[in-house]
Ligand binder design. Sequence first.
Ligand SMILES: [Zn+2]
Length: 298
Amino acid sequence: MRGRALRLMAAVLLWTGAAGAQITVATLHPLLADLVRQVGGDRVRVVELFKPGGDVHHFEPSPQDLVQMKGAAFIFASGKHLENYLDNLRDAAGGVPVVEAGAVVPSMKILRGQEIFFDEDVDVSSGIDPHWWHSPENMQRAARLAGDEMTRADPAGAAAYAAGVAATCKSIALLKAWAHVQLAVIPKQDRKLVTSHAAFGYFCREFGFQAMPLLGLSREDEATARHVATTVKAIRDNHIRAVFPEDQANPKILQEIVRETGVRLGEPLVADGTSPGAHTFETMLRHNVEAIVKALKP
Ligand SMILES: [Zn+2]
């Protein structure tokens, strides 16, 4: 009797839990999971194949992950070659389509000369920068794409998804306006964003900064004496006021450079939108803007 009551209760709970959700969407980036939740609200169940805290540049879903997303309407990926496993995933996903947000976003290339203290052994020139999520417009494009795909999978929810897209795009526009106002206190000549990996190109274009990635520096435990010397000289020549480590990366070498040059060490920036403490567009942008203003304002 008791067992039956429990089973009944469990069934009711399951039923109520699933009552609102009409579709399942699997995501390969926490920023995309947040967008899908914002646009889809209760109508969508999100399965995060990639969870906050991981390294988005080195990831591949496990077979267990694929079981979890069974029946998903689509898999939402960042694209722009960030996920180099997408072809394999398409084969393994049992017909679930992979939708790449990067496909509706204009590409930015990492240009030779954009970087200043660059390890000569590494050549990323002419590569496409996959970090499109630092641009508010790009996030709006991704939100619209998510809305289109959810509407295709669940036409009865068309009005709800349209409202979700409109509200999401509006909140992104407000955040963009807020960021421009905050960053306006930084003089033009100080708008140089020295970061460890080349992840802020889209941010810099939007907000009028020069991107200066150290590329990989903070992810290594030790740099060569020559590399450190070149970097120190470049920081002096370019009158750099602050350098920014990254969340989830080792700032040891940056600290060494800071000691030698007296340049300010900013708070770690969120580059990939995967930080456990900042993995939505809003928390990422607010964190980065506040850290940049704090370090570079006169
Ligand atoms: Zn990155």
